[in-house]
Design a protein around this ligand. Structure first.
Ligand code: DC
Length: 231
């Protein structure tokens, strides 16, 4: 079974996808982290994201593997915390707008998912990557709520000392909100793989819901789909 979840940053899709995967024993695929890994490498190597041919070359020069905990293993080196920095946040949307990069990431995801039960989340999973998914969800929330969630997430990361000093100094809710708004706009206006609500997706606004409430709703929908699938 394939479960596809799309939605903007901070809509709760990673948390919910991970919970489903853990409880049902499905493979969790965080597609955003693959785009983040490409953006991270570009920063490390000094490759300007504006230079599409060099970005495409960068992706070809490295080997990308995916680990079920969400980390991306690049040439044998696992990356996870490195992918959440504000430097990556600032360019990842632009990187993910390069059609060849999208093509490369989609291939990686489809390869990982072959003959497996998966729950995958991102921006175009319901529309492009797995258009035949048995369950499609679109999670949404107000910009303010999403910024607040990301702020708290980053505060937690800081407490567990996963971010650099320069990152923690830059932590401000207004900046996070601005970054989310910028990424929303870019993600929705991409020529390829734009964020949109699939016609057959279940739409859930999570603004006023706790994680447990969202999970309960999703779980009920999922159980109905599974029961239908067995008929
Ligand atoms: O889910 P996230 O915020 O970690 O994703 C990082 C960026 O990657 C986001 O700005 C949009 C892009 N992305 C995408 O274009 N398509 C996907 N399937 C997943 C993420």
């Amino acid at each position: 079974m394939k479960i596809a979840i799309d939605g903007p940053a901070g809509s709760g899709k990673s948390t919910i996808a991970r919970m489903i995967a853990e409880n049902l024993g499905y493979l969790y695929i965080n597609s955003g982290n693959l785009y983040r890994a490409v953006a991270y490498l570009a920063i490390q190597e000094g490759t300007p994201w504006q230079n599409a041919p060099r970005m495409i070359d960068l992706m070809k020069r490295h080997h990308f593997d995916y680990h079920p905990d969400g980390s991306v293993v690049v040439d044998g080196v696992p990356l996870l915390k490195e992918l959440r920095g504000s430097d990556v946040d600032a360019i990842v949307s632009q990187v993910s707008a390069i059609p060849e990069i999208r093509h490369g990431v989609n291939e990686i995801i489809r390869q990982i998912a072959v003959s497996k039960d998966v729950v995958s989340e991102g921006r175009d999973i319901t529309t492009v990557v797995f258009p035949d998914a048995e369950l499609k969800l679109y999670l949404d929330a107000s910009t303010q709520v999403r910024a607040q969630r990301r702020y708290e997430e980053k505060l937690n990361e800081r407490l567990t000392s996963s971010v650099t000093a320069s990152d923690s100094q830059r932590l401000s809710i207004d900046e996070i909100k601005n970054n989310i708004e910028m990424r929303d706009k870019l993600d929705k206006e991409k020529t390829v793989g734009a964020l949109k609500i699939a016609q057959d997706a279940v739409y859930l606004d999570t603004s006023d819901l706790t994680i447990a409430q969202v999970y309960e709703k999703v779980y009920k929908i999922l159980m109905v789909r599974i029961a239908h699938g067995r008929k």
